[in-house]
Design a protein around this ligand. Structure first.
Ligand code: GCU
Length: 353
């Protein structure tokens, strides 16, 4: 019997947030059949696992991206005949998105699904897909991400030097504003403290709209709304409902200012330890899980919208005139962050004409 267990623990201290998170990767080589006999948890298929990987997800168990992660884990387990087992850790158990990305870099976490906003500060090209009012709608975004332009962004992630690789794009819908104070027009945002993701582009967007951006991790938003630390935030319908932010912030302004996709990542360290066949399976299953997530997303986002409205949220849709006015106000973002990528912006625009 030969057993070689590598346990890789990385503990990172984030100076800004003082978040301690611990990633655990088990890479287990077992040549003794029967070592895990009786251990049902480990063998979804016929073989005992050769690799046990950890997948970090900051949303709750039933959220579409988490269900996408479980689907991915199940597909990989089936297609490797049980040789690869992926353990999904939801609810931000392994830390907030930025600290998880750091853990991916060192191989302490193997997979994660994060919002593009959490990696775009370090990968300038990704700021393009974080520009407000970039797409005419959902289908335009998928034409872009599923096509050659999407591949350029995937490559930018791989070439970033941050030890991460993109496997697939997940949906996260369009984002709207919500507030504890009356919010029935974009001008009401002036002077409000609005929570943003830890992203330079998001902070600048809020500033240009006349509000004060407050960078904060997702899990702290509910309490910050409750205690008055912030007046409002912005997110998609599904997050607004699942995070229960709507209980505190009952005014919602639909402007769909931005569509920030989610990206499923793998640590380069993990990737490099896989065989070519395993790499193909992982890539294929990631894409299949993305199709699954996108289907779930549409249903979840519609249902979340109906649920919060039924629960009494006061919803206003901005007029086209107001949207165009604020679109103009946000033009400096394109000048500041996309001047090196105007060719991509033009391609994105031409796809939508
Ligand atoms: C979306 C996304 C999360 C992210 C959140 C945020 O809900 O799915 O991963 O953390 O936005 O606003 O921080």
């Amino acid at each position: 019997m030969k057993m070689d267990i590598t346990i890789n623990k990385n503990i990172f201290k984030r100076s800004a947030k003082k978040v301690l998170s611990c990633g655990l990767t088990l890479s287990i080589l077992v040549t003794s059949v029967g070592l895990f006999s009786g251990c049902n948890e480990l063998d979804g298929a016929n073989n005992v696992p050769e690799h046990i990987f950890v997948y970090a997800e900051n949303q709750s168990e039933n959220y579409p991206t988490t269900r996408g992660a479980y689907k991915f884990a199940q597909l990989v387990n089936e297609k490797t005949d049980g040789k690869i087992k992926i353990i999904v850790k939801a609810n931000g158990e392994l830390g907030d998105e930025k600290s998880v990305v750091e853990q991916l870099e060192f191989g302490g976490v193997d997979f994660s699904r994060v919002s593009v906003a959490s990696i775009s500060d370090n990968i300038p090209k990704l700021k393009v897909i974080q520009m407000p009012y970039l797409y005419s709608g959902e289908s335009a975004m998928w034409t872009v991400l599923d096509g050659d332009i999407g591949k350029e962004f995937t490559q930018a992630i791989q070439e970033s030097g941050y030890g991460i690789m993109a496997l697939s794009w997940y949906d996260a819908g369009a984002r709207n504003f919500y507030s504890v104070k009356p919010l029935t027009s974009m001008s009401d945002l002036a002077g409000m403290n609005i929570r943003v993701q830890e992203s330079e582009v998001m902070a600048k967007t809020i500033q240009l709209l006349g509000a004060n951006p407050v960078k904060m991790i997702y899990s702290e938003v509910y309490m910050a709304l409750q205690t008055g630390k912030i007046d409002g935030a912005e997110n998609n319908w599904t997050s607004y409902e699942y995070s229960r932010h709507f209980e505190q912030a009952e005014y919602c302004l639909i402007d769909e200012h931005i569509r920030i996709p989610e990206v499923q990542l793998i640590s380069e360290k993990t990737w490099n330890n896989l065989t070519d066949e395993e790499k193909d399976i992982i890539s294929e299953c990631a894409k299949e899980s993305a199709i699954y997530e996108r289907d779930l997303w549409r249903m979840a986002d519609d249902s979340a919208k109906r649920t919060v409205i039924d629960k009494g949220v006061i919803v206003t849709k901005v007029s086209e005139e107001e949207r165009s006015y604020f679109r103009e106000k946000l033009q400096p973002l394109y000048d500041e962050y996309c001047s090196d990528y105007m060719d991509i912006i033009e391609k994105i625009q031409s796809i939508q004409e």
